[in-house]
Design a protein around this ligand. Structure first.
Ligand code: AMP
Length: 228
């Protein structure tokens, strides 16, 4: 309950996992099942780059190299987005936090409105499989639905199952060299957050190596428990 407004506080779920673990795919499925809003800092940063904002131009090179964008930029972008009215339904954070500084900033931001992270879910995967997982992925330019050459192809080649759009795109940073850098950044800066949330007793682990729908079911169970 928010002390100031008396309204129920919105649930906050964090998805952790290396690039290719399926955070985006699973966040979208959970969004549909639970009515929460998916917030991807990667998407917000790509939009800032495309819009040519100051933050976007600072982030562009770092993203192309597979590093992490500065905490100040990412925290500001996320804070602004969290203030949008739709986020009052509750959010699934996909790709944020990625550093301890970001995790602490998130805790402070949420505490200011009597909120907290309800659960942080670590999508557990085998690093060796990540490069091939990432190099096969693409998304629909119209609705953003994610696909994979091998694991989740479109039903009709070239056409989105969801919106029938026929423009598909692949991310510039989904190439083997950049993916290797992104995995390094994950292990050095983001993996310690598993212990951060474990210490707060809000961590859940989900095996994310299997079938997409089985993983979604396991994640939904965690979400249901966390939001109960
Ligand atoms: P993603 O779409 O989550 O794979 O993110 C793509 C890229 O955006 C990452 O490789 C980083 O360069 C940047 N990025 C996304 N989220 C964050 C974050 N929370 N902190 C720092 N950089 C981020």
């Amino acid at each position: 309950m928010n002390a100031a407004t008396g309204l129920p506080t919105a649930p906050v779920l964090v998805l952790l996992g290396p690039p290719g673990a399926g955070k985006g795919t699973q966040a979208r499925l959970l969004e549909e099942r639970r009515g929460l809003v998916q917030l991807s800092t990667g998407d917000l940063l790509r939009a800032a780059v495309a819009a040519g904002t100051e933050a976007g131009s600072q982030a562009k090179k770092v993203m192309a190299a597979g590093g992490l964008v500065g905490d100040d930029i990412v925290i500001t972008i996320l804070r602004d987005r969290l203030g949008d009215p739709d986020c009052a339904r509750g959010v699934i954070l996909d790709g944020f936090p990625r550093t301890t500084v970001q995790a602490q900033a998130l805790d402070e931001l949420l505490a200011a409105s009597d909120q907290k992270v309800n659960a942080a879910v670590s999508l557990e995967v085998d690093d060796a499989a990540m490069v091939s997982r990432i190099s096969g992925r693409y998304t629909c330019s119209s609705c953003g639905e994610g696909y994979h050459d091998q694991f989740k192809p479109t039903a009709a080649a070239g056409f989105c199952d969801k919106c029938s759009g026929n423009q598909m795109k692949r991310r510039a940073d989904d190439n083997p060299d950049t993916v290797a850098q992104r995995l390094t950044a994950y292990h050095a800066q983001t993996a310690p957050l598993i212990t951060y949330y474990e210490d707060k007793q809000s961590l859940a682990r989900v095996d994310a190596m299997g079938d997409i729908n089985d993983i979604a079911t396991a994640l939904d169970l965690v979400a249901r428990r966390a939001l109960a």
